[in-house]
Design a binder for this molecule. Structure first.
Ligand code: C2E
Ligand code: CA
Ligand code: CA
Ligand code: CA
Length: 273
């Protein structure tokens, strides 16, 4: 008993004990967050690189925690995924994003909205119902909604997931592969997944100019998207130089702090100055 007590003491440092408590608290708090309207969405523009016109906006969730203040998704989505709370959160995000997009139509009739979908949600048959309800309730055309899925979520894709993606496509909903190039993308998988868009991961954009392979990757994905008739977005464009390089490569769309921060002024329906 003495030995066990000793090793328990050794592993349970004050910092660990504190993080274990705040973790349990955070889960309890997260359970209430949706009902108590503590979540909100920030929208980040996706622009046409040639004209600067805003084509779309990605919804990014934030949690205004009553004591801890504004928490970014990295602080609470992993917990949400572990506990299953990601499902009500995802559902709330889809509904809220559709409602917001419906209000943009006067300013930007062609603008679309993009929503991140967790791997857990993709495995659920009710994703179709959630999306259908959300667009119908908001009076939003299904083609104005794009679901962003990461490669890792897609790679786990069973036949049921593929069938679900096909149904979403038939409804007119867009399917973007997020963080493209960071997962296990193979060409065969691009043939199977009914994607409409590739989002080039920002790690490649960040290394443009410093790393020839990053340049080659952005160029290759842009050509690939063109050949497969997919839309393509360069993510994480922060500098004029990166903007110039991705534009020269021929990538048609960009997203990043250079064009608008997720918490910046609303830009849908406006052009980049
Ligand atoms: P993501 O889908 O790759 O979203 C882009 C992330 O990059 C966002 O971080 C955005 O704020 C950030 N970003 C945009 N432009 C730039 C830039 O120029 N430079 C840099 N350094 N960063 C940039 P955020 O909002 O913290 O979200 C992180 C991740 O959390 C997202 O990555 C997405 O995977 C996930 N996420 C966000 N909102 C939701 C949501 O509503 N539902 C789900 N399931 N996941 C979400
Ligand atoms: Ca995304
Ligand atoms: Ca991304
Ligand atoms: Ca990411």
């Amino acid at each position: 008993a003495k030995a066990a007590g000793k090793s328990a003491h050794r592993t349970c440092t004050p910092a660990l004990r504190e993080s274990a408590v705040s973790r349990a608290e955070l889960i309890a708090d997260l359970r209430r967050a949706v009902d108590e309207q503590q979540l909100h969405l920030e929208f980040q523009p996706i622009v046409d690189l040639a004209t600067g016109a805003v084509r779309s906006a990605e919804a990014l969730v934030r949690w205004q925690h009553p004591r801890l203040g504004m928490l970014p998704p990295a602080r609470f989505l992993p917990l949400a995924e572990e506990t299953g709370l990601i499902l009500p959160i995802d559902r709330w995000v889809i509904h809220e994003a559709c409602r917001a997009a419906a209000t943009w139509r006067d300013r930007a009739p062609e603008a679309t909205v993009a929503v991140n979908i967790s791997a857990a949600h993709l495995r659920r048959p009710d994703l179709i119902a959630t999306v259908t309800e959300a667009t119908a309730e908001a009076g939003l055309a299904p083609r104005a909604l794009t679901l962003e899925l990461t490669e890792s979520a897609l790679i786990e894709g069973t036949d049921a997931v593929l069938e679900r993606l096909r149904q979403l496509r038939e409804l007119g909903i867009g399917i973007a592969i997020d963080d493209f190039g960071t997962g296990y993308s193979s060409l065969s998988y691009l043939h199977r997944i009914p994607a409409t868009e590739l989002k080039i991961d920002r790690s490649f954009v960040a290394r443009l100019g410093a790393d020839d392979r990053a340049y080659a990757t952005v160029e290759m994905v842009t050509r690939l998207a063109d050949a497969f008739d997919l839309a393509v977005v360069a993510e994480g464009v922060e500098t004029e130089r990166q903007h110039a390089v991705v534009t020269a490569i021929g990538c048609p769309r960009g997203q990043g702090y250079l064009y608008g921060r997720p918490d910046g002024p609303g830009t849908v329906g406006q052009n980049r100055a």
